[in-house]
Every structure is written in structure tokens, then in C-alpha cells.
Write a protein that binds this ligand. Structure first.
Ligand code: PNS
Length: 162
């Protein structure tokens, strides 16, 4: 069984992420969307909240599972018996960092392959940071994140302590 892992912060999941999830899930038997807990970044949502949002928007994709992981990605991959990493690439500017990560992961786990999916053209500009910037100013999030997530993201800015 071909199990691929799509790792990320997903803080929050955008339509660009969801597009990669849908396309990657069509290429493998099982896709695990893996949410990193121990990022150095200060997240807007906890890892469990980010995973819940991902579960909500992938509920109709039968071969997609959402999990939370900490530590090195390659250690998590060995644990779940996967050797395929999925990454989305928006522009050349993403490539240098992603290439470094791919080679690092390959050095740590020689059986691992990183597959890069180009973004769909509609989402080339889109990132979680852009979504948070717009949400912070009360801007319109439709078309940027799945509709089910809009009230959740808005709610975080209206009641930041919740
Ligand atoms: O969505 P992001 O923040 O770009 O995702 C980055 C992520 C989670 C894919 C990356 O930071 C990661 O794999 N972190 C786990 C630690 C690790 O294995 N680092 C790579 C070797 S140094």
C-alpha cells in the first residue's frame, strides 16, 4: 500500500492546501496530512485545532487521514511505514527551501522520496500568513480558505482568548 505524507503547519489550512490534498490523494492509496506540533513559529491555532479543521474539510476524501506529529518528519514516516513526502510548490521562491528540506530528509532517511506538486494557478499567491493578515483586518476570506473554516478563523480574531 502506497502511503504518502503531506506535512505542514496548516495554520490554518487554505484552499491551496486543500487543492494539493485532493490531487495528491488521487495518486496514492492513502494520504496522511500531518500537522506539525513543535514548530518554532507561534501558531494562531493549536495543533489539535488545525487537525480538526483539516478533518472537517477532508471528510469526503475516503483515503485521507489527518494526524498530528512532533519531532523529525522522517521519524514519523518510518513509524507509519511511509516513504513518500508530498509538498506543494507555488513559485521558484519556494523551491530553494523545499529542495533543502528534501535533501535533508533524504540524508536522514535514504528511502524517502519527496514529490512536488505545483500549485494550481488560482492559489499561487496564497499562504496561511496571507490568510491571517486578511483575517486580522476583518477582510473577506471567501475563495481563500474552505467556506467551513471562515467562521472559525474569524472567531479566533473576534475572541482571541478562546
Ligand atoms: O507548512 P510549513 O510550516 O512550511 O511546514 C514545514 C514542515 C512541517 C514540513 C517542516 O518544518 C518539517 O518537516 N518539520 C519537522 C522537523 C523536520 O523533520 N525538519 C526537517 C529536517 S531538519
Amino acid at each position: 500500500m502506497k502511503i504518502a505524507v503531506y506535512p505542514g503547519s496548516f495554520d490554518p489550512c487554505t484552499n491551496g492546501h486543500l487543492d494539493v490534498i485532493k490531487r495528491a490523494s488521487g495518486l496514492v492509496d492513502k494520504l496522511v496530512v500531518a500537522v506539525l506540533t513543535n514548530s518554532s513559529k507561534q501558531p494562531l491555532f493549536s495543533a489539535d485545532e488545525r487537525a480538526s479543521m483539516l478533518r472537517l474539510v477532508t471528510k469526503d476524501l475516503d483515503n485521507v487521514e489527518v494526524a498530528v506529529f512532533s519531532g523529525l518528519l522522517v521519524d514519523y514516516m518510518k513509524k507509519i511505514n511511509s516513504r513518500i513526502i508530498i509538498k506543494g510548490i507555488r513559485a521558484v521562491s519556494d523551491f530553494e527551501y523545499e529542495f533543502q528540506m528534501a535533501l535533508t530528509n533524504r540524508t536522514l532517511y535514504e528511502d524517502v522520496e519527496t514529490l512536488f506538486l505545483h500549485t494550481s494557478k488560482d492559489y499561487m499567491f496564497l499562504s496561511s500568513s496571507i490568510v491571517k493578515e486578511i483575517a486580522g483586518y476583518g477582510g473577506n476570506l471567501s475563495g481563500l480558505v474552505p467556506n467551513d473554516l471562515i467562521p472559525i478563523i474569524r472567531g479566533r480574531y473576534e475572541n482571541p482568548e478562546c
